[in-house]
Design a protein around this ligand. Structure first.
Ligand code: GUN
Length: 283
């Protein structure tokens, strides 16, 4: 079997085109979605993500403001700023790029953002809403993965979905979203025993472990759907996923590439959440 490649980049582009039209319509009703992105320090990976977010916002017509702060910013300064953005009615979404420098408590920051402006979907209130299957801001990468699966009408209900990785940003919430769609979900992580046995029984395998070529054809079931969330750099600086693309593509039925796979979808879903926040704030 040769897998159909799911290009998140193409789906992201068509969604961004749709959102651009939606924002044009919103602006006719004087609704201008606005996102504030806070970046602390000068980590190159974070800078690159943030610049992708800026570009997407600009394309769609979302008003975005980038706040660049030095790496020695205090927790109090950041919390004061968040308080100010929470109160500013022109701002619909607030995103503080993670990770944060050591002197700042990440969880405190996440919990300081108003749940109604938490377009990352990281606030415990929004996580709770997701858990109980209520309407909320879904975390962007899991939301992007679900949208990719749905775009290909890949059946989720009753399927065995295996999630490799249990991060708060990807692994845990993507498993929850698949459970909400009636999949039978198994989480695997660094302490899992008999990993291969489990991954080989997956109809849908989500790989978010952060190790290049962790999964190859021998680890999957014939005809599985494999979603690669990995973002690793080779020695030559090339972007590569957690899945050995060449071997897996000969055995899977669907496979996402890296780059051009999940990455562009994450940013696109952030834009979707920002528009949703703007509509909510104006209704
Ligand atoms: N760092 C890596 N991914 C993310 C994300 O989705 N949101 C935020 N705020 N920081 C990140």
């Amino acid at each position: 079997m040769t897998a159909e490649i799911i290009y998140g980049s193409e789906l992201a582009q068509s969604l961004r085109d749709e959102m651009k039209e939606e924002v044009t319509e919103l602006k006719k009703q004087s609704i201008v979605p606005k996102l504030v992105v806070v970046l602390i320090g000068d980590d190159p990976a974070s800078k690159s993500y943030v610049s992708g977010k800026e570009k997407a916002a600009q394309y769609i017509g979302i008003d975005s403001e980038l706040i660049l702060l030095p790496s020695d910013t205090t927790e109090k300064d950041l919390l004061d700023r968040i308080d100010q953005y929470n109160q500013d009615e022109s701002i619909n979404g607030i995103l503080v790029q993670l990770p944060l420098p050591d002197q700042i408590d990440e969880q405190k920051v996440i919990e300081a953002i108003s749940p109604e402006k938490d377009v990352d979907g990281f606030h415990p209130i929004n996580i709770g809403r997701m858990l109980t299957n209520q309407d909320t801001f879904l975390p962007c990468t899991p939301f992007g993965i679900l949208t990719m699966l749905k775009s290909k009408s890949i059946e989720i209900e009753g399927k065995h979905a295996v999630v490799l990785g249990r991060s708060h940003i990807v692994g845990k919430p993507v498993g929850q979203l698949l459970l909400n769609e009636n999949a039978t979900v198994t989480y695997c992580h660094s302490r899992t025993k008999n990993l291969k046995e489990i991954t080989r029984s997956a109809d849908i395998l989500i790989v978010a472990i952060g190790r290049a070529s962790m999964i190859d054809a021998d680890d999957i079931k014939e005809g599985a759907t494999v979603i690669d969330v990995g973002v690793n750099r080779t020695e030559e600086g090339k972007l590569t996923g957690d899945v050995d693309f060449e071997s897996v593509k000969e055995k899977a039925s669907y496979l996402t590439p890296v780059p051009k796979g999940v990455g562009p979808m994450t940013i696109t879903m952030l834009m979707k959440n920002t528009i949703k926040a703007a509509i909510r704030h104006n209704s």
